[in-house]
Design a protein around this ligand. Structure first.
Ligand code: ZN
Length: 365
C-alpha cells in the first residue's frame, strides 16, 4: 500500500528533465479494462514524451493485473525512473507533465483516507478496523460476556430464575465489564496503529456508551457516527467508512477555508491568492496550505534560493540570483510546503476557495 514513506521519496525525487504523471481510474465497478485503456491512450495524446508513453502503456497492457481501483504511475525515462502504485480507491483520470511528479491527487487521498479506525460496537463487544487509502483491515474483535436481555419491569417472569430485581443490575454489571475490556483493547489498537481519526458504528445507545467510556484524548478524535449492525460485512463497512471520511473531510476543509479567508480579511495570520501565498511559503510562515486540486499556473523560480513568483523579475529579492521559467508553480509550491513539514489540504469543489483565488493559507505568525 502507498505510504507516507513513498510520498516522501517522491517529494525527494529530483528530476533532470520532465516527469510524466498518470492517474487512472480502474475501478471495475465504474469502468471496463478496455475503456480505461482507451481513456489512457486519449489522455497521452497531448504528451510529447514517446519513451515515457511507451513504458506507461507497456505497464498497463502487459503487467498490470487490474486488481486495484486506481493506478498511479510516474515516469522519467531520461533518468531511468518509473514507479507504479496501485490504490484501493478510484480517482479522477489525470495526465500531466512537469518538473516534478504531480502529487496533489495523492496528497488529497492520503489526507482524506489515511489514519482512520472504524469501530463497530454493541453491548457485548466491538470489532476494530483500520481504514487506510480505501483498504479496510479487520484487526481485532473484542467480545466480553454475553448480555442476557431482561424485560425491564417484567419482574414476575424473572423472579424464580434470576433473583428478581437483581437481574437488571447484573446485566448492567456485565455491560460495564464488557465496555471496560473493549476500551482497553481499542486504545491499545489506536496507539499501535497511530490512529488519528475514529468513526463509530452501532446503535445510538451503544455509540454513546463507547464514546463516554473513551479517555478524553481519544474522544476528541471521534469524527463520525453511523448506524450499523455488528454483523455487517466488509463491503458495507468499507462503503460507509468511505462516505463518512469524505463527509468529515469536506467539513474540516470548509472550516479551514473560512478561517483563512477571515484571517486574511483582518490582515491577521491568513493569506489568499497565489502571490501572497507564494511569499508566505518562501518565508516559512505557512501552517496550513489550502489549494484547489486542479489549479495550476506558470511561474518563475529563483535558481539560487528557490523563491517562486508569478512575475518575471530581474533578480531575486532574497539572494540576487536569476530566475528560471517553470510550468507548474502551484504544484511546486505544494511540494515545497510539504518539504517544510507544514500541512497541505488539497481541496476539490469548494466555491469559497475558488473565490479566494484557488489558493490560501493559514499562517504560523
Ligand atoms: Zn533567490
Amino acid at each position: 500500500m502507498f505510504s507516507e514513506k513513498d510520498l516522501q521519496s517522491l517529494l525527494d525525487y529530483s528530476a533532470q528533465n520532465q516527469v510524466l504523471s498518470v492517474y487512472l481510474n480502474t475501478n471495475p465497478a465504474e469502468v471496463t479494462n478496455e475503456a480505461a485503456k482507451l481513456q489512457l491512450r486519449n489522455l497521452l495524446k497531448t504528451v510529447d514524451l514517446p519513451k515515457d508513453i511507451q513504458v506507461v502503456e507497456d505497464y498497463v497492457n502487459l503487467e498490470y493485473d487490474w486488481g486495484a481501483r486506481g493506478l498511479v504511475m510516474f515516469s522519467e525515462q531520461e533518468a531511468d525512473f518509473f514507479q507504479a502504485h496501485q490504490l484501493g480507491l478510484s480517482m479522477p483520470d489525470k495526465v500531466s507533465v512537469g518538473e516534478r511528479p504531480t502529487l496533489r491527487p495523492l496528497v488529497r487521498l492520503m489526507d482524506t483516507f489515511s489514519g482512520w479506525s472504524v469501530v463497530l460496537v454493541d453491548k457485548q463487544g466491538a470489532r476494530l478496523f483500520s481504514f487506510n487509502l480505501g483498504e479496510l483491515g479487520e484487526i481485532e474483535g473484542v467480545f466480553g460476556d454475553e448480555v442476557k436481555q431482561t424485560k425491564r419491569g417484567g419482574g414476575n417472569a424473572m423472579h424464580g430464575r434470576m433473583g428478581g430485581s437483581d437481574a437488571s443490575g447484573k446485566v448492567e454489571n456485565v455491560i460495564e465489564r464488557n465496555i471496560k475490556e473493549v476500551i482497553e483493547s481499542a486504545t491499545d489498537f489506536f496507539n499501535q496503529h497511530r490512529i488519528r481519526r475514529i468513526m463509530i458504528g452501532g446503535t445510538d445507545d451503544n455509540i454513546a456508551r463507547f464514546k463516554e467510556a473513551l479517555p478524553k484524548s481519544w474522544q476528541s478524535l471521534v469524527v463520525g457516527y453511523f448506524p450499523m449492525s455488528m454483523t455487517a460485512n466488509h463491503l458495507d463497512v468499507l462503503e460507509q467508512a468511505t462516505k463518512e471520511a469524505l463527509t468529515a473531510q469536506i467539513k474540516v476543509n470548509q472550516a479551514l477555508v473560512e478561517q483563512a479567508v477571515t484571517l486574511a480579511a483582518k490582515g491577521s495570520n491568513g493569506v489568499i491568492g497565489l502571490i501572497d501565498t507564494l511569499n508566505a511559503i518562501h518565508e516559512g510562515r505557512v501552517k496550513t496550505l489550502l489549494v484547489s486540486q486542479d489549479y495550476e499556473q506558470e511561474g518563475y523560480r529563483c535558481l539560487g534560493c528557490g523563491y517562486l513568483n508569478v512575475q518575471e523579475i530581474q533578480s531575486c529579492p532574497f539572494c540576487n540570483n536569476d530566475f528560471g521559467k517553470i510550468e507548474t508553480a502551484v504544484e511546486l509550491a505544494v511540494q515545497e510546503t510539504l518539504q517544510k513539514n507544514a500541512e497541505v489540504k488539497v481541496i476539490a469543489d469548494n466555491p469559497s476557495l475558488e473565490a479566494a483565488g484557488h489558493i490560501a493559507a493559514i499562517l504560523r505568525y
